[in-house]
Design a protein around this ligand. Structure first.
Ligand SMILES: Cc1cc2nc3c(=O)[nH]c(=O)nc-3n(C[C@H](O)[C@H](O)[C@H](O)COP(=O)(O)OP(=O)(O)OC[C@H]3O[C@@H](n4cnc5c(N)ncnc54)[C@H](O)[C@@H]3O)c2cc1C
Length: 308
């Protein structure tokens, strides 16, 4: 019940200002977003990759309001890629991007987002890695898939994300799997209406497994984005039945969530990629992590109350 309330709160500018400014917020935020700058994040990248983990890096930010902010988002990714070049990690560190941060919601946003994301994809390819387009709320997805298709003409490794809670996703999965695409499947983290998305966890979980089967049996590269132990087990079984070996698909989890499981899967020989977010505009990302697990909210409130 709390999840949708927190997601609604995540749209409030007033709450954004209060939560972002409160000094007690920082330690809780750090669990999920372990740095604000490239210099702070590089040691985290070095440490994770030395343990056999792979990464997908997210410079946090969304809901920007000017083309200048969109250009700044592009430049932040280009700066990150410069640092990754020096580390020479190839596909062990890729990028995740939200097209809203590249200007998708502004006037002429589709073209603007494509123009901003293309240089990032080019720069990633130049250092031997790639980019995955995150999935945001359902109204943005037709544009995201069109940009994904456009980018894949020159950079076929460009990935995208699909969300199991949406009714449309099984069809999207079939199309993307037939096209041989890299696809991350997640349950979905936005507040969506009942007209477009399953609302109950059992329905979402069943949809996830149906869509995962489509991806595993298809021609693409499935990226299993979930912390759910049942999904992790079922993914291994579906991969086995589809004749996929550990390197023919990968697991992905978020930084700060089930960290021991990241290491266990990597030790078992799986590709395990950790979605690692950093930057100063962390409010939206942080609120979605709270909404996914109400215990996080209690932890957060307790730290606020005990420090005041
Ligand atoms: C790599 C990756 C990329 C993602 N990209 C997107 C995206 O582009 N678009 C999008 O809409 N969503 C994205 N998500 C979020 C996703 O949609 C879910 O909201 C999130 O992963 C929780 O679902 P779950 O599959 O882990 O299962 P759940 O059933 O929600 O959780 C299973 C278990 O995982 C643990 N857990 C899950 N979430 C948390 C949390 N926040 N804090 C602490 N423990 C937790 C708990 O132990 C829980 O019992 C992404 C998730 C991952 C892992």
């Amino acid at each position: 019940m709390l999840g949708p309330v927190i997601l609604a709160a995540s749209r409030s500018d007033r709450l954004r200002r209060v939560v972002s400014a409160a000094p007690v917020t920082k330690p809780v935020v750090n669990r999920f977003i372990p740095g604000e700058s490239v210099d702070q994040i590089v040691p985290i990248i070095v440490d994770a990759t030395s343990k056999g983990l792979e990464l997908t890096m997210d410079v946090v930010g969304e809901d920007i309001t000017t083309p200048e902010q969109a250009a700044a988002a592009r430049d932040a990714y280009l700066e990150l890629i410069e640092h990754l070049k020096a580390l020479d990690l190839g596909t062990r560190a890729e990028m995740s991007v939200k097209l809203s941060m590249f200007g998708q919601a502004l006037e002429g946003g589709h073209e603007l987002a494509l123009a901003n994301v293309r240089p990032v994809v080019e720069a990633a390819a130049a250092i031997g890695t790639t980019v995955t387009l995150d999935a945001e709320d359902h109204t943005t997805l037709d544009s995201m898939f069109a940009i994904h298709e456009e980018l894949r003409k020159d950079f076929p490794q460009t990935g995208c994300v699909i969300q199991a809670y949406l009714f449309r996703t099984e069809d999207d999965a079939r199309r993307l799997a037939a096209a041989g695409s890299r696809v991350r499947l997640v349950k979905g983290a936005y507040k969506e209406p009942a007209s477009v998305a399953h609302q109950e966890k059992p329905e979402i979980d069943k949809a996830y497994i149906r869509v995962l089967r489509v991806l595993m049996e298809g021609d693409g590269y499935p990226m299993v984005g979930s912390h759910d132990p049942r999904i992790v087990e079922i993914a291994q079984e579906l991969a086995r039945r589809a004749g996929r070996k550990p390197g023919d698909f990968e697991f992905q989890m978020l930084y700060g969530i089930r960290s021991e499981e990241h290491l266990r899967l990597a030790r078992e020989g799986h590709r395990m990629r950790v979605y690692t977010a950093y930057g100063t505009d962390w409010y939206g990302y942080f609120m979605r992590r709270l909404a996914e697990k109400p215990a996080n909210l209690l932890f957060f409130l307790r730290s606020v109350l005990t420090k005041n």
